[in-house]
Design a protein around this ligand. Structure first.
Ligand SMILES: [Zn+2]
Length: 277
C-alpha cells in the first residue's frame, strides 16, 4: 500500500509536470471508481491544474477555479504520466489528456486491487471539512505533543495506534515497523504507556525515516512507482519490514513476527523494549 513517502513521491512528480497544464478530456473506464460526481467539468475538463496538496496518504489536484479532485490510492494505486495516445495498462480506471506548452500528454490512474477512488469536490474547504478532518496530523509534521495527545487513553498496541489514520496520517505497515525499531519500542506495547521522552524519539525517528524514504523515491515492494513510472529504492534500507526470521542488523538476534491490527509485524525482541526506558 502506498504510504506517505510513496504518495509524496508521486505528488512531487505531478507537481513538476502537471501544474499549469490544462485538462482536455477525462476518460472514465470504471464509473464506480469516481465519487462525488463524474461529469467532464468535475473531472477537470477545460480546467488548469493550479496546485497539488497531500495529507497523509491522500492528495488532491486543485484547479485554478478552485475545483478539486481527491485521490485515495487504496492498496495498489498509482498515478503516472504517459505520452499522448499511449497504450493503457490493465486496471487504469480513469485517464486524462492534458496539454502544457502546446504538448499533449496523459495521466493514468491505475489500481489493480480497486480499493482506491477519485472523489470530486467543489472546493478545497469541502475536502478539509468532509475528508481530511477525519485524519490526524500529517506524519511528516506532527509534533510530539500532538502525537502524545492522540495516544492518550489508547489501550491498543503502539503499532496499531500508528496505523490509525485518525491519530497520525500517512503511516502504514512499513514505516510503523521501521520507526518502532529505530526508536527501540516494542510494537505490542500499550500506546498510552509510551513516555513523552520515548515519544519524542519515535517522532524524530519516524520523520527522519519518512524524509529519507522520500529522497529515495519511496519503497517499491510490489508496484509503487513515481509519476514517471520509476521504482523507489528505500526498500533496500528497510531494517525490519519484510525481514522476519533474518538476523537483526543491530544485535544479530533473529527478528520475530507478530500479528498486530491484522498486519504482519516484524521486530527485534532484544533491541525493542517491552518496558519504558
Ligand atoms: Zn536487535
Amino acid at each position: 500500500m502506498p504510504e506517505l513517502p510513496e504518495v509524496e513521491t508521486i505528488c512531487r512528480g505531478l507537481a513538476q509536470h502537471c501544474v499549469g497544464a490544462t485538462v482536455l478530456s477525462a476518460f472514465v473506464h470504471r464509473p464506480g471508481f469516481i465519487r462525488g460526481g463524474s461529469n467532464q467539468s468535475r473531472l477537470f475538463t477545460g480546467l488548469t491544474i493550479a496546485r497539488i496538496l497531500r495529507h497523509g496518504k491522500q492528495f488532491v489536484l486543485e484547479s485554478s477555479c478552485g475545483r478539486v479532485m481527491l485521490f485515495h490510492m487504496g492498496m495498489s494505486g498509482s498515478v503516472t504520466i504517459h505520452p499522448f495516445q499511449s497504450l493503457r495498462a490493465p486496471h487504469v480506471h480513469i485517464h486524462w489528456t492534458l496539454t502544457q506548452n502546446g504538448k499533449k500528454f496523459e495521466l493514468h490512474h491505475r489500481d489493480p486491487r480497486r480499493f482506491g477512488y477519485v472523489h470530486t469536490y467543489d472546493t478545497m474547504s469541502l475536502v478539509r471539512k468532509n475528508a481530511w478532518s477525519k485524519l490526524g496530523p500529517d506524519a511528516l509534521v506532527i509534533s510530539n505533543e500532538e502525537l502524545f495527545e492522540g495516544l492518550k487513553n489508547r489501550r491498543c498496541a503502539i503499532k496499531a495506534a500508528l496505523l490509525n489514520q485518525s491519530i497520525v496520517a500517512g503511516v502504514g505497515n512499513i514505516y510503523a515497523d521501521e520507526s518502532l525499531f529505530e526508536s527501540q519500542i516494542h510494537p505490542l506495547r500499550k500506546a498510552d504507556s509510551i513516555t513523552l521522552c520515548e515519544l519524542g524519539e519515535l517522532t524524530r525517528k519516524l520523520q527522519s525515516i519518512l524524509k529519507k524514504s522520500i529522497r529515495g523515491g519511496g519503497s517499491t515492494i510490489q508496484n509503487h512507482a513515481d509519476a514517471l513510472g520509476r521504482c523507489g529504492t528505500y526498500q533496500e534500507d528497510h531494517k525490519v519490514y519484510g525481514r522476519g526470521g533474518e538476523p537483526c542488523m543491530t544485535c544479530g538476534a533473529i527478528l520475530k513476527h507478530a500479528l498486530c491490527a491484522q498486519r504482519s509485524t516484524v521486530f527485534c525482541s532484544i533491541c525493542q523494549s517491552k518496558k519504558p526506558r
